[in-house]
Design a protein around this ligand. Structure first.
Ligand SMILES: [Mn+2]
Length: 426
C-alpha cells in the first residue's frame, strides 16, 4: 500500500463580515477590503494548495459557512473552487457543523460530482486508486443547530476494507472546550471506532490530540477575532502504512491573509513620550518583519505595561488617539498594520509602600487593596458585594458572565489606580 495524502481544513466561516472592525477602520480602504475578503482569500488559497500539492482528497470538517442561512456568495465561491478541484481530479468531503447545520436554509447549489456532502446519519465513501481501495472516508453532519448527541459513537471501522479509514466530524473532544457541548465526545470514543485517523472541526486552535489514531483540529482558516491570533490555515496530512498501522504526519499551510496579534510592551521606567513612540514603532516593525509573505494584514492590540511617570498621561484618551495617529503610516506598509486598540495597563511610578503608610483615606484604601490582593477571600467577599447591583439585577445577570479570579484581580488593579487618581491631592 502506498502513502495517502489529504488536505484537512475546518471552520472556514465563509463570509464573516468583521462588521465592528470594518466600521472602526473606515479610514483605511485597502485594509477594509482585505478584511471583507479574508475568509474568501483563505478559501482560494486552500484550492490553490490542493492544485499545487495534488492530495488524494480534501476534507472540510464543518463550519464552512459563518451563518445558518449560508450566503449565496459563499456557496457559489465554494462551488467554483470545487469545480477547479474536479478538473484536477480531487475529491471533496464536506461535513456541516454547528454554524451551518443541515436543517438551515440551503440554497440549491448544483455541486459537481467530486463533492460528497455528509448527511445527518453516518456515511462511508470509498476512494479508489487504479481500481484498488485507497481510503474509506466516514462522516456525518450536524442535523440541527444544537447537536447534543455523541456523534463519534456512530462511527466504526468497516472490516471489509483493508485500507486507510478516516473519520470526518465536527465535535467537541472533552477537555478541549469545557463551556460548549456541541456533539461532545471523548478521545476514547474516537479510539474505540477503530478508524486510522480523524479530521475534526470546531475548535479554532490548531491541535494534534493523538498520534495513533491521528486526531487533529486544523483550527480556523482565518482568525476571526483578537483571541484567534497567529497564522491560520489547514493541514496537509501524509499517512504512511507501517507494520504497526498508519503513521500520519501533518504539515501546516497558511491560508488566512489577515493575522491578529497582541503586543505587550513594557514602559517600565520610561519617562518621555518620544520613547513610548519609539518602542511602539520598533515592536510593530519587528512584528511586520517576523511574518511570512502570506500575511497581508496585521490587526494588532497594543498593551502598555510597567511603572512609568507617564501613567496619567497615557490614561488620557486624547493621548491614545494622538499615539494611534502617529502609528497610522503602518497601515500602508506590507503587511499593512492596523491598530485595533491600545490597552493601558501601566502603573504610576509612585512608591506604593510609602503611600500605604499614610494615615489619610488614600493610605487606608491602598492598605485595603493590598489586603484584598493577599487574601483571596477578602477580595471575593468585598468584591462580590460591590458587584451585587450588577449580578443581582434580573436582566443584567443573564447578559453578564461572572468575573473569574484573574478578572477580579484586574478589577482590583483598576480600582487601585482610580484611588490614586481620585484621592491623591495634586
Ligand atoms: Mn467554528
Amino acid at each position: 500500500m502506498d502513502a495517502i495524502r489529504y488536505i484537512h481544513a475546518a471552520d472556514l466561516h465563509l463570509d464573516t463580515p468583521f462588521q465592528g472592525l470594518v466600521r472602526e477602520a473606515a479610514q483605511e480602504g485597502s485594509l477594509v477590503r482585505l478584511m471583507q475578503e479574508a475568509t474568501f482569500t483563505a478559501l482560494d488559497r486552500l484550492f490553490g494548495h490542493c492544485e499545487a500539492e495534488k492530495p488524494d482528497f480534501l476534507v472540510l470538517a464543518g463550519d464552512i459557512y459563518n451563518q445558518e442561512n449560508h450566503s449565496v456568495k459563499a456557496q457559489l465561491r465554494l462551488r467554483d473552487g470545487c469545480r477547479r478541484l474536479q478538473q484536477a481530479g480531487i475529491r471533496v468531503f464536506l461535513a456541516h457543523g454547528n454554524h451551518d447545520p443541515l436543517d438551515s436554509r440551503l440554497t440549491t447549489v448544483d455541486w459537481p460530482e467530486n463533492v460528497t456532502i455528509f448527511g445527518p446519519e453516518p456515511e462511508r465513501h470509498l476512494l479508489e486508486r487504479q481500481g484498488e481501495p485507497l481510503a474509506l472516508v466516514h462522516g456525518i453532519s450536524h442535523a440541527s443547530l444544537r447537536e447534543g448527541r455523541n456523534l463519534a459513537r456512530f462511527f466504526s471501522r468497516d472490516e471489509h476494507y483493508d485500507c486507510f479509514q478516516l473519520g470526518v466530524l465536527h465535535c467537541t473532544v472533552e477537555g478541549e472546550h469545557k463551556a460548549d457541548r456541541y456533539a461532545p465526545c471523548s478521545l476514547d470514543d474516537l479510539r474505540a471506532s477503530g478508524l486510522d485517523a480523524w479530521a475534526l472541526g470546531h475548535v479554532h486552535e490548531r491541535r494534534e490530540l493523538c498520534r495513533q489514531p491521528f486526531v487533529a483540529y486544523p483550527g480556523s482558516t482565518q482568525g476571526l477575532h483578537i483571541n484567534e491570533s497567529g497564522p491560520r490555515g489547514c493541514l496537509l496530512v501524509t499517512a504512511t502504512p507501517t507494520a504497526a498501522g498508519w503513521d500520519c504526519a501533518s504539515r501546516f499551510l497558511r491560508l488566512g491573509p489577515v493575522q491578529w496579534e497582541k503586543l505587550d510592551i513594557s514602559l517600565e521606567g520610561v519617562s518621555h513620550i518620544d520613547e513610548v513612540e519609539r518602542r511602539l514603532c520598533q515592536r510593530l516593525e519587528s512584528l511586520a518583519d517576523s511574518v511570512d509573505p502570506g500575511c497581508k494584514g496585521l490587526v494588532v492590540r497594543l498593551a502598555l505595561s510597567g511603572r512609568t511617570p507617564l501613567d496619567t498621561l497615557l490614561r488620557d484618551n486624547a493621548t491614545r488617539t494622538d499615539l494611534a495617529e502617529r502609528l497610522f503610516h503602518f497601515s500602508t506598509g506590507a503587511p499593512g498594520i492596523w491598530i485595533k486598540d491600545m490597552r493601558i495597563e501601566t502603573r504610576p511610578l509612585a512608591d506604593m509602600d510609602e503611600y500605604r503608610q499614610r494615615e489619610d483615606i488614600l493610605g487606608q484604601s491602598l492598605r485595603l487593596v493590598q489586603q484584598m490582593r493577599e487574601e483571596g477571600d477578602t477580595l471575593q467577599r468585598l468584591g462580590r458585594t460591590a458587584l451585587e447591583p450588577l449580578f443581582g439585577h434580573s436582566r443584567l445577570r443573564r447578559a453578564l458572565a461572572q468575573p473569574d479570579d484573574a478578572e477580579m484581580r484586574e478589577l482590583l488593579d483598576e480600582a487601585e489606580r482610580l484611588c490614586m487618581d481620585l484621592l491623591e491631592l495634586r
